[in-house]
Design a protein around this ligand. Structure first.
Ligand code: SAM
Length: 287
């Protein structure tokens, strides 16, 4: 690290409630030479609230690659910069990655000013196991791509979580229900820290019914958390979901194709899937 280089601060901002802003974040935003913000108009509200009058420059998805050399130069001249996004922690489904990577590669300090993050806030109140979890960011936009994605997640043993917008929340949950068992536990965290904060923990089927029936549940910002697959594949047998998959496949194709596909989808042992396929075939024929 060169002593006379400046420093980049990655500063988390509130995700709804302006009071969720740390003392240190306010100090840093006052002291840096300039603030790189995803949307300068948006961040101005926050800055005004805290009496911060500092130079702003815009760094968003469309210009971030282009603007990196300019910011790097400023840091090399000894200036300090704060990076903020519209809400929450920058780089978490937000711009900033090219900048942080370039600055790290140039051996210049990057320091976090931690604070709100929708994903962490949602998980912390979910009541789901959190010893491990998988964050998926935003899901594919088309229904068919989402269903493919959900099929890949069927046997995920740990809690997994994604971001969703009001435009797609209902369609997304309906797609999830098309692939997942209806009793799978899910948690929907809506409008965290805002006036209409709603945290719903229920079965997937009930969650879909609720979002379908209540138009308010289709408004705002969402974090959706899905419990991991309850039964793991073991040496002795298949999980409920693995059985369900082979059952669906066996209704549509030959035993050989069904087993090949099921091995690809579930990763379960071929011999167990083969045995399960034979069992289903036999049951089908009333044997
Ligand atoms: N960097 C942000 C963070 O740290 O959480 C996330 C930015 S991403 C562009 C915005 C998404 O985060 C929203 O579409 C929503 O899924 C989620 N989100 C942000 N604020 C939220 C809130 N108050 N309640 C629920 N979800 C929220």
């Amino acid at each position: 690290m060169t002593d006379n280089y400046g420093k980049l601060y990655v500063v988390a901002t509130p995700i709804g409630n302006l009071a969720d802003f740390s003392f240190r974040a306010v100090e840093v935003l006052k002291q840096v030479d300039c603030i790189a913000a995803e949307d300068t108009r948006h961040v101005r509200m926050l800055l005004q609230h805290y009496g911060i009058t500092n130079k702003l420059l815009s760094l968003h998805q469309q210009n971030e690659e282009r603007i990196v050399p300019t910011l790097l130069e400023k840091l090399q001249q000894g200036l300090s910069i704060a990076l903020v996004s519209d809400a929450g922690t920058p780089l978490i489904s937000d711009p900033g990655m090219p900048l942080v990577r370039a600055i790290r590669n140039a051996n210049i300090d990057v320091s976090p000013i931690p604070g709100p993050c929708a994903l962490i806030a949602a998980l912390s109140v979910s009541g789901l196991p959190l010893n491990r979890f998988e964050f998926e960011g935003f899901l594919p936009r088309t229904s068919s791509a989402r269903k493919t994605f959900f099929t890949e997640k069927l046997n995920c043993p740990s809690t997994w979580v994604f971001y969703e917008s009001s435009h797609r929340i209902l369609a997304c949950l309906q797609d999830l229900l098309a692939i997942f068992p209806e009793d799978r536990e899910i948690v929907i965290a809506r409008e965290i820290t805002k006036l209409h904060e709603t945290i719903v923990k229920t079965s997937l089927k009930e969650a879909v019914d609720r979002v379908e029936q209540d138009p308010n549940m289709q408004k705002g910002e969402f974090v959706v958390m899905v419990a991991g697959s309850p039964v793991k594949a073991t040496e002795q047998g298949l999980s409920e979901e693995q059985r369900r998959i082979i059952e669906i496949l066996i209704a549509e194709c030959s035993i050989k194709t069904a087993v090949t596909l099921a091995v690809d989808i579930t990763g379960a042992p071929k011999n167990l899937l083969y045995q399960a396929a034979l069992d289903f075939k036999n049951t089908e024929h009333g044997e």
